[in-house]
Design a protein around this ligand. Structure first.
Ligand code: PRP
Ligand code: URA
Length: 209
C-alpha cells in the first residue's frame, strides 16, 4: 500500500502561504516553489541507501558514507512540474531529468499527452515525478502509467498541493507509489481546481495570465 507523506515543516507552511496569496507575483512564486522543492527533497530522499567509502581527512583515514545504489531521475509533468526541478537538482546534482508533457483539457478535465522524453535507463532508476498540483489525479496517473510502460518499478510522486480526490485516485490506481505533498486541501471546485489551492500553477510560474 502506498503512503501519503505530508511534509508540513513550519518553513514549508510559511512559504506555501505566500505562494497561495493572489498578490504574490510570478518571480516570488517561482523562487518559493524552488525553495520548497529543495526542502521537500530532504524527505523524498530520506531513505536513499548509503555505502561505506574510505577517505582521508586532513587528520586521518576514516570510513564515511555516500549515497549508493539505484540512481535517480526527476520527471516533471510539463509545464508546472518544471518549477520543482531546480530545487531537487540542487540536492541531487547528478540526477537525470526526463520530461512528460500533459495538459488538462479545459472542458473534460482529462489529461492529454503531447511530449515524452526520458533517460534511456529510466527503468533502472528511482523516479521522482514532480507536479505542484494533484487535483483529480488524472495527469499523475497517466504519467505513472507511461513510466511503468518503460519499465519503472520505483516511482515517487512529489506535489505541493493536493486535493483528497487526487490522492485517493493515485493511491488506488498505483498502490506502489508513495505521494509526498506539503498540503492536502479541502476540495475541488466545479472546474476541478483545488480549493483553497493557489490557482493555476503553470500560469503563475510562467506569468501566462
Ligand atoms: C495542471 C497541473 C497538473 C494538472 C493537475 O497542469 O500542473 O499537471 O493540472 O490536474 P489533474 O490532477 O486534475 O490532472 P495543466 O493541465 O494546467 O497544464 P500546465 O502545467 O501546462 O499549465
Ligand atoms: N491545475 C492547477 O494549476 N491548479 C489547480 O488547482 C488544479 C489543476
Amino acid at each position: 500500500m502506498s503512503q501519503l507523506h505530508i511534509i508540513d515543516h513550519p518553513m514549508i507552511r510559511h512559504k506555501l502561504t505566500i505562494m497561495r496569496d493572489r498578490n504574490t507575483g510570478s518571480k516570488d512564486f517561482r523562487e518559493l516553489l524552488n525553495e520548497i522543492s529543495l526542502l521537500m527533497g530532504y524527505e523524498v530522499t530520506r531513505d536513499l541507501p548509503l555505502e561505506d567509502v574510505e577517505i582521508e581527512t586532513p587528520l586521518c583515514r576514516m570510513t564515511a558514507q555516500k549515497v549508493s545504489g539505484r540512481k535517480l531521475a526527476i520527471v516533471p509533468i510539463l509545464r508546472a512540474g518544471l518549477g520543482m526541478v531546480d530545487g531537487l537538482r540542487t540536492l541531487v546534482p547528478v540526477a537525470k531529468v526526463g520530461h512528460i508533457g500533459l495538459y488538462r483539457d479545459e472542458n473534460t478535465h482529462q489529461p492529454v499527452v503531447y511530449y515524452c522524453k526520458l533517460p534511456e535507463d529510466i527503468g533502472r532508476r528511482l523516479v521522482i515525478i514532480t507536479d505542484p498540483m494533484l487535483a483529480t489525479g488524472g495527469s499523475a496517473c497517466d504519467a505513472i502509467d507511461m513510466l511503468k510502460e518503460k519499465g519503472c518499478t520505483n516511482i515517487r510522486l512529489m506535489c505541493l498541493v493536493a486535493a483528497p480526490d487526487g490522492v485517493e485516485r493515485v493511491m488506488s490506481a498505483h498502490p506502489d507509489v508513495d505521494i509526498y505533498v506539503a498540503s492536502v486541501d479541502d476540495h475541488l471546485n466545479s472546474d476541478a481546481y483545488i480549493v483553497p489551492g493557489l490557482g493555476d500553477a503553470g500560469d503563475r510560474i510562467f506569468g501566462t495570465k
